[in-house]
Design a binder for this molecule. Sequence first.
Ligand code: NAP
Length: 294
Amino acid sequence: MLRPLLLRTAAASAAALAASHAAASPRRSGTDAPPPPLFDLTGRVALVTGASRGLGHAIAVGLAEHGAHVVMCARCPHALEAARAALLEAVPRARVSVSAFDVRDEAACVGAVAKVESECGRLDILVNNAGVNERAPLAEFSTASFRGVIDANVVGPFVLSRECAKAMQRNGWGRIINVGSIMGTLGRENLHAYVASKHAVTGLTKSMAAELGANGVTVNCIAPGYFKTDLTQPLQLNSTFANEVCSQTPARRWGAARELAGPAVFLASESASYVNGATLVVDGGMSSTFHFSE
Ligand SMILES: NC(=O)c1ccc[n+]([C@@H]2O[C@H](COP(=O)([O-])OP(=O)(O)OC[C@H]3O[C@@H](n4cnc5c(N)ncnc54)[C@H](OP(=O)(O)O)[C@@H]3O)[C@@H](O)[C@H]2O)c1
């Protein structure tokens, strides 16, 4: 007598799961409709800052591979054109636009968001990736340098998020992805502005998630460890430090920019519909472990 009961229970669970998927998915109209592809971004428009190189370019390629129309942003228009060509070589069917502006310029940010909306008809995904770093001992760290890093890494993402959130809330759907750092929870000497800025990014992610979640907009953070890009070139050239990154990381190597594409696509997609206010650490395990030689 146990078997029919188990079968009934299993059937009831399957029906409940199907009903729960149908309820969770805004695109499903009936229980016989196929589930939405988990990582499909077709029809979505994504603004990616700092997309001319490094992590931002890899993220832009990943979003385009999954069907999003990507608007690539950076300051240098020539670098952006080259990055656009490289993206189209990687994803020939991609829809890609470029927008050259400085994220520290509030009026330019506001104008860029309005332009994306008017030219693309919508704005669904914002990736706040552009970021800078300055290194100096505390006694030599100028206030101007400190402010410069905060303006680029925190104020820019704040302004862009505020402007994009208006469009996203009107549509009842949106994804804001902030690129923070493992320095958003840790500290290091000589990195005063960078560490402060990335802690702020972690906090801004949570406060915006709290406010926007009810309107279908999620805000999450990706916290990379050490990746080989222009930003980390001084560290890569320091062989002692470069080797230490490997020995301190369970993966025993630096990250490759391409390894951030998947996490960004996940957070931008329907798969992450119930992920909000989270920080996804992508560091090969470095910040989860203490490594002692003996
Ligand atoms: N690489 C790592 O290991 C690592 C680790 C943790 C976190 N991160 C974070 O990941 C993000 C990307 O880093 P990355 O290593 O890819 O850096 P990157 O190679 O130096 O690239 C930075 C990108 O941001 C753009 N950019 C810089 N300042 C800008 C501004 N004021 N306005 C608009 N665009 C600006 C640059 O283009 P233009 O110069 O033409 O503007 C470029 O496209 C940053 O937020 C960084 O803090 C990186």
